[in-house]
Design a protein around this ligand. Structure first.
Ligand SMILES: [Zn+2]
Length: 254
């Protein structure tokens, strides 16, 4: 049986406070093979490093999310450098990027923090996990200039943008959103990316696929997302799980 690689999860979220480890134990005994923790700040990165020591196939990224740019310390690169030696399960820099959805965040500061972290990733030959919300143009400009390896997570762009991301050698990640009836744009972007460049992700506890829409999501639900991706490429859900796991392992060097 092919095992799910959830390339983007947040099990440090308070939504999992009551049953976090029972849930992780159970999913690793079942249909989930590999998890990538997406960090949002230093505390979250330390959580990922800690839990990666507990489970053989639990990997982590380290990085500062654009939503936290107001609280990101000035010496954020130094802090990332200090985290690196703590674990050989650190396989990516993320999630990093630009979020222009809310007016309150300083865009210049976001750009600075994002770009510095992309350069950090390149220096250490690590892929980046990119968050881009209402900021495609600036995100693509930075990615084009620095050419990191990586993934655009929770991809919500057009088929054209997906092609541009792929042309940079990067991957695109799809959440449960791709299972929704009204997700034509995501389906077209997935088709445009091609099956060798698509990753499964939950972005849990958010973005649960149908029929769990609106509920707390977890990595086991990736089988529904895989079924939707399989339909796009004319392959079975099982084959979609196998293929996306291979893609994630290739990207994260696992
Ligand atoms: Zn995330």
């Amino acid at each position: 049986m092919a095992l799910i690689f959830d390339s983007h999860c947040h099990y440090d979220d308070s939504a999992f406070d009551d049953d976090r480890f029972a849930l992780l134990d159970e999913m690793f005994d079942g249909k989930v093979g590999f998890l990538m923790h997406a960090s949002v700040d230093e505390k979250s990165a330390l959580y990922g490093i800690d839990v990666s020591k507990k489970y053989e196939n639990y990997y982590t990224s380290i990085g500062f999310h654009p939503e936290n740019c107001g609280d990101t310390p000035d010496d954020f690169i130094k802090r990332l450098e200090a985290l690196l030696p703590l674990s050989d399960k650190i396989k990516a820099v993320g999630e990093i990027g630009l979020d222009y959805h809310y007016e309150g965040y300083d865009r210049q500061k976001q750009i600075y923090i994002f770009e510095q972290q992309v350069e950090f990733a390149n220096r250490h030959s690590l892929p980046v996990i990119v968050h881009s919300r209402n900021a495609t143009e600036d995100t693509m400009e930075i990615l084009n200039r620095h050419r990191p390896k990586g993934v655009m997570h929770c991809f919500s762009g057009s088929a054209e943008t997906a092609k541009e991301v792929i042309s940079l050698g990067m991957y695109v990640g799809f959440t449960g959103v791709i299972t929704f009836k009204n997700s034509k744009k995501a389906k077209k972007a997935c088709a445009a990316a091609g099956k060798d460049r698509v990753l499964l992700e939950t972005d849990c506890p958010y973005m649960a696929p149908e029929p769990y829409r609106g509920q707390r999501s977890d990595s086991r639900m990736c089988d529904k997302t895989a079924a939707a991706i399989g339909e796009i490429f004319g392959i079975s859900p099982e084959e979609a799980i196998r293929l996306t796991s291979e893609n994630a392992k290739r990207l994260f060097n696992i």
